[in-house]
Design a protein around this ligand. Sequence first.
Ligand code: NAP
Length: 221
Amino acid sequence: MHVVVNAAMSADGKLSSRRREQIAISGDEDFARMDRLRADSDAVVVGVGTVLADDPHLTVKDESLIDERRDRGEPAHPARVVVDSTGRTPLDAAVLDDTATTYVCTSERATIDDRMDLSNRAELVTAGDDRVDLLRAFATLQGQGLERIMVEGGGELIFSLFEAGLVDELRVFVGPKVIGGRDAPTLADGEGFVADFPILELESLERVGEGALLTWRTAER
Ligand code: NAP
């Protein structure tokens, strides 16, 4: 399995404002790059915080990329995965429509009723007692043949993936806005590390539209 975390952050490292609403950080060129990365993935993963804030569809937008996937014998869109301990993904969320297969990863904390409701619209993966055990959940996804994983955020999930040692690559578009706010989400939130910081190796740095794309690989800890 290869896990790529892709995100767009402001020049000051925020994924969104303190209101946690979706903010346009990327431009057209970065959207096109992101769409290609989606099209080259088996699954696109987000945390439930992102579903609640942005209601993303997580499908490939460019028809020619969809055709390429079909030509390769793949489904039109990658699978969608929501990491959601208690099953609070709204049943009318865009990720639960029938455009693509969706997995909802829950923990034992999700009630039977919520699991039954979600199971009508998604494949359920149960891993972990309190929060989703990401190592176990990702192993289950791998068992379903999902090898090329793209994670689209948000900051809580990204931190946990680094903590679990699951990130192979980090691709960050740094856009030309300053958002600020101590309570605004950053690229990696969670508890934060105080030691044993994951170390990255810079693979490339390129100008994309009005911003910069940084591609990092995780080094051995
Ligand atoms: P998030 O990372 O999308 O989701 C976090 C939630 O996932 C947690 O609160 C938790 O809720 C659930 N979860 C379950 N197991 C977990 C685990 N092991 N580790 C971490 N989380 C786990 O939410 P967020 O950090 O609040 O990010 C949402 C914000 O980011 C929004 O403002 C959105 O607009 C922004 N965003 C920006 C970008 C970008 O590229 N600029 C991309 C995506 C999102 P439960 O305990 O209920 O399960």
